[in-house]
Write a protein that binds this ligand. Structure first.
Ligand code: HEM
Length: 450
């Protein structure tokens, strides 16, 4: 078995990890190596598993996510998400997941994504117009603005026009759902759903509000005679190649909520971190503005521009390296396995801290510096696939990776050419690793024009 972190008496080292996972990784990974165990007296009783290992060695991560992926299912945390996401792509498993992935994949094909370019640039322009109307020197909540914009984009891509109800409810309920779900993952004694406590009642109401608004939209669409060309239409029409079967309303609902939740906060958080990185690195901000001038010169970006916006893409990659929104990935063994020299028993939860691997000095020179040029062709040669994997890897690779990259590459130059964003004097924040890793409190910035 891999070595064990023995600190954290009497509960065990898992408590130290749960309290501050980032500090834990920074302290113990350099001492303990590429795979090691943490323990809690609660694991066996409460969590349906016996062992927990942290895995940071890129070869071992590849073994789990690619080479021997059939020996692993998603970890405990994803099972907690099922209360909201049901059997959607992020949380389902096995043959059922494989069938769903085949059905949904064409909706995220590059040709299909091209039809979303206009939705994305329109939402970007709406944000630029909103901020431009404010007096210079106004403090804006960047986290909230990015969240509203990306939610707007995913709603329009999903539902074309009938989006207002869904946007309002998801906006209102999402933060609370996020907090409740992470509490259920980290708290060894979460209140059971059957308990008639006001907090549990409120929690369930939040999940139900999101489910109901999506169910209503699906119902309405079923009875509509209009023709739509959006993701919902794709989900309703697509047929299983073997059986000719279409998806049930419940399955469509699970996929819609999954895409909503997996798709908007991650991208919003990435854009928010990008604004932080640009402020910290004004020379990068200048280069980005120069590229905008050369390629777009103030025009609205179109699909063909993406190839030319090379530096913008490198800035996105470097942001996702230092601040991966999906900061941790978890898997669970179905049978005993071997990671390097260690035996990993059945019933082991494997935690893969993407955040740390992206900053591990074993994988990166000057890991804490923001250097977009790491991602040019020359410097990317020979890099281990699992030294940099903000979208995961193997069969469970993020289905929305190109959607997100396109969205960020279209919107970043529109923002950079209009504003310089600077944090208010004395503004302090920390990284908050919830379902995604985001700045806390919300990132506030002062608008100055370029
Ligand atoms: C910067 C933005 C994003 C990041 C960092 C991100 C990250 C990830 C990661 C790491 C996974 C794999 C999780 C695992 O292996 O356990 C994943 C899966 C997934 N993502 Fe994303 N994602 C982003 C944007 C999106 C968008 C825009 C969508 C949809 C429009 C989306 C939909 C999904 C879905 C449905 C899955 C599950 C795929 C499957 O298991 O088949 N994501 N994402």
């Amino acid at each position: 078995m891999p070595p064990l972190v023995k600190d954290g008496w009497p509960i065990g080292s898992a408590r130290l990890f749960a309290e501050d996972p980032i500090a834990f990784c920074e302290k113990y990974i350099p001492q303990m190596g590429g795979v090691f165990q943490i323990k809690s007296i609660f694991f066996l009783v409460i969590r349906e598993f016996e062992y927990v290992v942290l895995v940071t060695d890129p070869d071992m991560v590849k073994h789990i996510m690619v080479d021997n992926n059939r020996n692993y299912v998603k970890s405990y945390a994803y099972r907690v998400l099922k209360v909201l996401l049901g059997e959607g792509l992020l949380t389902s498993e096995g043959d059922f997941w494989r069938k769903q992935r085949r059905l949904l994949q064409p909706g995220f094909h590059r040709d299909r994504l091209a039809t979303f370019v206009q939705i994305m640039t329109q939402a970007g322009q709406e944000l630029v117009d909103k901020w431009s109307a404010l007096p210079k020197g106004t403090e804006v909540d960047v986290s909230t603005s990015m969240m509203e914009m990306t939610l707007n984009i995913v709603c329009r891509a999903m539902f074309s026009s009938d989006v207002r109800d869904a946007m309002e409810v998801v906006n209102r309920e999402f933060d609370l759902a996020n907090e409740n779900l992470i509490n259920r993952v980290t708290n060894p004694f979460p209140l059971p759903y059957w308990l008639p406590a006001p907090s549990v009642k409120r929690e369930k109401e939040g999940y139900n509000a999101i489910k109901n608004v999506v169910a209503d939209i699906i119902e309405k669409r079923r009875s509509s005679k209009e023709k739509y060309d959006d993701l919902l239409a794709m989900l309703m029409e697509v047929e299983d190649a073997d059986t000719g079967e279409k998806m049930s309303n419940k399955q469509i609902q699970d996929e819609v909520i999954t895409i909503f939740l997996a798709g908007h906060e991650t991208t919003a958080v990435a854009l928010t971190w990008m604004m932080h990185c640009l402020e910290e690195n004004p020379e990068v901000e200048e280069k980005l503005a120069e590229e905008e001038k050369r390629v777009l010169n103030g025009g609205t970006p179109v699909l063909d521009d993406l190839r030319e916006l090379e530096y913008t893409r490198m800035v996105i990659d470097e942001t996702l390296r230092l601040y991966p929104p999906a900061w941790i990935i978890g898997r669970h063994t179905l049978a005993e396995d071997q990671l390097g020299e260690y035996r990993i028993p059945n019933n082991t939860n494997c935690l893969i801290p993407v955040y740390y691997i992206h900053r591990d000095p074993k994988n990166w020179d000057e890991p804490l510096k923001f250097i977009p040029e790491r991602f040019n062709k020359e410097n990317s040669k020979g890099r281990h696939k699992f030294a940099y994997f903000p979208f995961g890897g193997g069969p469970r690779l993020c289905i929305g990776n190109n959607f997100a990259l396109m969205e960020m590459q279209l919107i970043a130059p529109m923002l950079v050419r209009a504003f310089k964003l600077r944090k208010p004097k004395g503004f302090e924040f920390k990284k908050e690793p919830l379902v995604t890793m985001r700045p806390s409190p919300h990132m506030k910035m002062v608008l100055t024009s370029r």
